[in-house]
Design a protein. Sequence first.
Length: 346
Amino acid sequence: MDPQQQRPEAPHHRPQPPAPGGGGDSSAVLFVLFGFLAIFALTMLPSTSLSILHQVPEGHVGVYWRGGALLKTITDPGFHLKLPLVTQFEPVQVTLQTDQVRDIPCGTKGGVMINFEKIEVVNRLRKEFVYETLLNYGVQYDNTWIYDKIHHEINQFCSSHSLQEVYIDVFDQIDEKMKEALQGDCTRYAPGIEIINVRVTKPAIPESIRRNFEQMEEERTKVLIAIERQRVVEKEAETKKKMAISEAEKNANMYTAREKSLADADFYKVMREAEANKLKLTPQFLELKFIEAIADNTKIFFGDKVPNMVLDQRLLGNFLQVSKEVSKEVNSKSGSGEDNTEVQFV
């Protein structure tokens, strides 16, 4: 074959270098980024058990277990750090909390089965006793000293009382008795648990017995209403009696005051008259009264013996002088008959 007629060789293509920012490198970067975020979420977010960072809410304290053993470390509310997968964390409430114990069946002394639907126990775990309480009774310490204890005490109480006593007579004492029983055992065995209050609801009793109790209560209410009406009537009668007595005393006081005022007025009048008469007792007044008294007589006697009967000679002399003047006037008018006075001298 002619060398000039040889076919041209095909051009050689060199491989192009990959463009920057290719798909393989970006996938690797994203994988690393996602892995970092996952590790951060597992170790730092407090919502996971593998996290280093955890949060203790307000009103709680943080307690820790390492290898199943309770640590003495107690943390306050806030953010804290722990070892993941090694240390376990649990928040424990140290403020007031209400535990509700439901459906507590019990039998009374007479054999009647009743059921307490709900009993509420307000309690608190003191902070300084958290470690000791959890060490002895665990995180669910209230199951032992509240829930189970309430069941026991309610059954003990019902077994020693009749239905009438449990349902009516001593029902108002159950709260206090339950509180004393719970607090007594807690003080002895778990001193960190403080029982604040116990609220017991009315137990559910058989329907037939409940109707009988309702009828008894209705009759008792009627009797109480009748007694109350009688008391009202008695009070009204007593009030009317007191009003009558008060009115009579008022009238008597008014009459007494009036009579006293009249007596005081009469006494004052007499006293004033006595004082006036005392002031009148003058020689001139006595002389006037003597003359008026003698002038009232229709017969007047004169003579030597007359002075022996009169004590005041001066008055007698004045009287004699006046009498002479009167006699002259009488004698001068005797002829006319105008005066019937008879004057004689002895």
